[in-house]
Ligand binder design. Sequence first.
Ligand SMILES: C[S@@+](CC[C@H](N)C(=O)[O-])C[C@H]1O[C@@H](n2cnc3c(N)ncnc32)[C@H](O)[C@@H]1O
Length: 362
Amino acid sequence: MNEPHDLTSAATLRAEFAAALDDGQRSKWAAAFATVPRELFVPRFHQQDDKGQWFALSDGDPGYLETVYSDIALTTQLDEHGIPTSSSSEPRLMLAMLDALGAEPGDRLYELGLGTGYNAALISSVLGDDSVVSVDVDPGLVLLAQGRLAAAGYRPFVLAGNGTEGVPERAPYDRIIATAGLRRVPPALLSQARVGTVIVAPIGYGIARVVVSGDGEASGRFLSMPAFFMRRRGPALNPDFPGVETAVGETTAVPVSDVIDRLRFPLSLALPGYNSCSWRDATGRVTGVGLWTEDGSTATAHATGTVRQIGPERLWDTVEHLASVFRDGTPAHEDFGLTITPDGQRFWYGDPKGPCWPAPTD
Ligand SMILES: C[S@@+](CC[C@H](N)C(=O)[O-])C[C@H]1O[C@@H](n2cnc3c(N)ncnc32)[C@H](O)[C@@H]1O
């Protein structure tokens, strides 16, 4: 068995890490990163080598503490297929989300996605235990996180369950944060907010920040930083590549690399929950992309300009539409927004009257 880490080294690394995250901003949330020992929440995690193979790093292993105190997401759980199901997110992204949330002592806060408990500990260190409620869908993770939170001296209210349903008994919340990828703001969470509640949630490849303005009403913009969070869990799904090969080829003038590059974020709003993959040649040039969604729709496009699509939704048509809206350059995340009314939720570009895309209703 490994010797556990040296406490003095951990404290030194933690102080340097928090100072680097803060970058002179003096954020109270950066001070929380200097207070809470991240290593208590990630005694073991998984990393990928340059061939994509997972290996575990545990407390006491060479490089363990340095990795804990670097600005990277740490994968803490893999499913039987080697797909990550829980992680401690990149600290700089966590800090940006906490700053955007702007919670103050006295605020009551709800977190969807307890995971390791590290974020709940950071929040508890500023708001106090009684103000924090955090839910994870995985009961095993909740048990582990609860023990680690207690060992670190924090006792927020934690619960196993579907976080999209909230915890109405403890509502209303002044701040709501999701740390699992969503397709829209869950209506149950809106109903557990009050006027003025700030909600920060990863949606597609961005982080939405909306302020509640009335019953079932909220609006705001996306943060400027790109992000991708593991999605709220659902059934696995595979692309129908054999099926799509039987479709008649069409032509496109849109460069295939746009899908994984400049149109990636708008596509994640226009095609919520879509999946993609790409093929590259020996030089690394993208030679093709595949897109698929959970209704079975699949599309492939090749650098030759040939597109094939099958299923209820013509996915490449959405790519063509976005390429016609965003003709040049990469649209900035913060130019996109989200408006929520009792009738539905929609993403927009520029301003609420600009081009818009409906959020899914489930
Ligand atoms: C990126 S991790 C959360 C990181 C966490 N905040 C931390 O500090 O370690 C995402 C978590 O969301 C959880 N999750 C996924 N879908 C969920 C759902 N519907 N309700 C609650 N938790 C969910 C996963 O089990 C996973 O632990």
